[in-house]
Write a protein that binds this ligand. Structure first.
Ligand SMILES: [Zn+2]
Ligand SMILES: [Zn+2]
Length: 103
């Protein structure tokens, strides 16, 4: 089964939450230390996906949550800071709107 656990959409851009998390965390750390601490905890929300049939293109871990659902969680956290949230949406937009079959 290669659909997202959260939204039931096909996982078309298999980057696992852990890899996305690494990228997002580095960016947030530069912008806001307090916010970075909230983001760190997000890693625990997504357990390792050993049963997944789709594998992350970067680390090979199973992916059962799509990048869209992961970035949604991040935006919820960043929502306390509108500027940071807007910046995040701009920077990580390609994860949200990666068009399937158009790479
Ligand atoms: Zn999803
Ligand atoms: Zn990965």
């Amino acid at each position: 089964m290669d659909v997202c656990h959260v939204c039931s959409e096909p996982v078309t851009n298999p980057l696992c939450p852990h890899c996305l998390h690494e990228t997002v965390r580095q960016w947030v750390e530069e912008e806001d230390q307090d916010m970075a601490r909230s983001i760190w905890r997000l890693d625990e929300v997504f357990p390792d996906m050993a049963m997944a049939s789709v594998h992350c293109i970067r680390c090979g871990r199973g992916v059962e949550v799509c990048p869209h659902c992961y970035t949604k969680e991040v935006r919820d956290i960043l929502g306390k800071d509108e500027q940071l949230q807007a910046q995040f949406t701009r920077l990580f937009n390609f994860h949200l709107h990666a068009p399937p079959n158009m790479a």
